[in-house]
Ligand binder design. Structure first.
Ligand code: GLU
Length: 495
């Protein structure tokens, strides 16, 4: 049972147009609908709005569905899964729309319009020149039978326009924006069916949402201005209206509309960068929805429990990449060695560090290597750089400061001690390496840092990085010695 109204079952939908990359904003709309459905035990419908024949592509549809699945948003009815109110592609529903168009035409609530593009453009320009909002002024609103016959004889293909009633206040009770009122006089008679017989968005969406028994239309704020037109169609067809909720725009950190300038904007880009679906879901949920307490990390199950449209903010959501990174890092750290390796795999393959066919000891070694990066990365594409040292022995000093570490007087004794002891070690694991460091401290009478730092720099070229004692067992005695000797040679240490 829905807490927002008293309806029996919440039925929401996600209705993307498959016209390009699946934007992060679309994923956020899908998520809010998904969460509302799960929270209320309702249903999520996936409908594909493919009436833009030029821009819709099957690849884009596949991409959207794959992204939804990747993000763990399953739909209960719709494309691929079916359901009682299909078909779920708008292009397969043309005969359904036609039935309602015939009804509206017969009732005089819609009419054929024979205006050419040139005529419409001239009207727009004339209105703009007068400082008025461009809108259709109704040239074809009352054509006589002769005029229609004349146009038909000329071979003109008409559109169908909706006859907008005059002097109506259209009130929308929006779950997010509160009460919003529009004046019907500001809306010209608009096209509901194009001259090729394909319905426009504002028209098809109403018929579909009604016939699919959608109770809540939760979508992006940019559609708020379409809603009065949709409300007029609901009324004209005698359909009850759903509850609307228009969620705020997503802005970049500079508070301008999120665009490519702000970095990755599609779900696929984030997937390819090696973000985790759990991280993206968690982050998207917080783009507009505010949880009650301080908690920031939410699993999908927790979100489905906690989510409420009451706590969806009216003000724009700001896309904060640092926050996404922070959240994703949390989920990266939760991964097992095996799971971390799986997410690192495409990135390791791309770098040529692995072939993907590794097994046995080699695979176990790779798992451990990748695990060394775990604490230091926020997404999987960062992993290869973190583990580069295991795949190449070509390296330099990160800066002069690092190089200077090796120039201290005490360094040769540390390195000599390390190189002497290394081959004699019985076991090569983290505790053994730690014990070795202690031994070097004792022998050289140096403080820990004066032992660790030169070894780290000689081994990696860097002053910072993952745990030193974990690196040596993974590199093995030979490669450790080889790397350390090469660094020493670079700064002129004679061993
Ligand atoms: N196909 C529309 C879009 O992708 C759907 C808008 C709506 O949810 O009504 O923007």
């Amino acid at each position: 049972m829905c807490s927002d109204c008293n309806c029996q079952e919440v039925r929401v939908r996600f209705a993307p147009s498959p016209t390009g990359p699946f934007h992060i904003g679309g994923a956020r709309s899908a998520l809010f609908n998904y969460l509302l459905a799960r929270k209320t035990g309702g249903k999520l419908v996936l409908r594909i709005e493919d009436t833009d024949r030029e821009r819709s592509t099957p690849e884009s549809e596949e991409n959207i569905k794959a992204a939804l699945k990747w993000l763990g948003m399953t739909w209960d009815e719709g494309v691929d899964v079916g359901g009682p109110y299909g078909p779920y592609h708008q292009m397969e529903r043309l005969d359904i729309y036609k039935k309602y168009t015939d009804q509206l035409l017969a009732e005089g609530k819609a009419y054929y319009c024979y205006c050419t593009d040139e005529e419409l453009e001239a009207e727009r320009q004339a209105l703009s020149a007068k400082g008025e909002t461009p809108r259709y002024m109704g040239k074809c609103a009352h054509l006589t039978a002769e005029q229609i016959a004349q146009y038909e004889a000329e071979g003109r293909k008409p559109t169908v326009r909706f006859r907008v009633p005059k002097d109506q206040q259209i009130l929308i009770h929006d779950l997010v924006r509160g009460d919003v009122v529009f004046d019907s006089n500001g809306i010209g008679d608009f096209v509901i069916v194009k001259s090729d017989g394909i319905p426009t968005y504002n028209y098809a969406v109403v018929i579909d949402d009604s016939l699919m028994h959608i109770t809540h239309v939760i979508r992006a704020e940019e559609h708020l201005s379409n809603t009065p037109r949709q409300c007029l169609i609901y009324d004209a067809l005698g359909f009850p209206k759903p509850t609307f909720g228009h969620i705020s725009l997503i802005l970049g950190k500079d508070h301008t509309k999120m665009s490519k300038r702000h970095g990755a904007t599609s779900v696929d880009q984030y997937r390819q960068l090696g973000y985790l679906p759990e991280g993206i879901d968690n982050f998207l949920a917080l783009l507009g929805w505010s949880p009650k307490g301080e908690q920031e990390i939410f699993s999908m199950e927790e979100l489905a429990k906690e989510f409420s449209m009451d706590s969806v903010a009216k003000n724009p959501a700001v896309f904060d990449l640092d926050k996404l990174n922070h959240i994703n890092q949390h989920y990266m750290r939760q991964l097992s060695e095996e799971a971390l390796y799986e997410v690192a795999k495409p990135h390791m393959l791309a770098k040529g560090y692995i072939t993907g066919d590794e097994e046995g000891e080699k695979l176990a070694w790779l798992h451990k290597v990748v695990a060394t990066a775990k604490e230091y990365v926020y997404c999987a594409s960062q992993i290869p750089d973190m583990v580069e040292m295991y795949f190449t022995d070509e390296f330099g000093f990160e800066n002069e400061e690092a190089e200077a570490v090796l120039k201290a007087e005490t360094v040769p004794s540390v390195i000599n001690c390390l190189l002497t002891e290394l081959p004699n070690m019985e076991a090569l694991d983290i505790p053994a390496v730690k014990a070795l460091f202690k031994k070097i401290q004792k022998t050289t009478k140096l403080k820990g840092k004066d032992v660790f730092m030169p070894i780290r720099v000689a081994l990696t070229g860097n002053q910072h990085g993952p745990e030193l004692a974990a690196m040596i067992p993974l590199l093995g005695v030979e490669r450790t010695a080889k790397r350390v000797k090469a660094s020493c040679a670079k700064v002129g240490i004679e061993l």
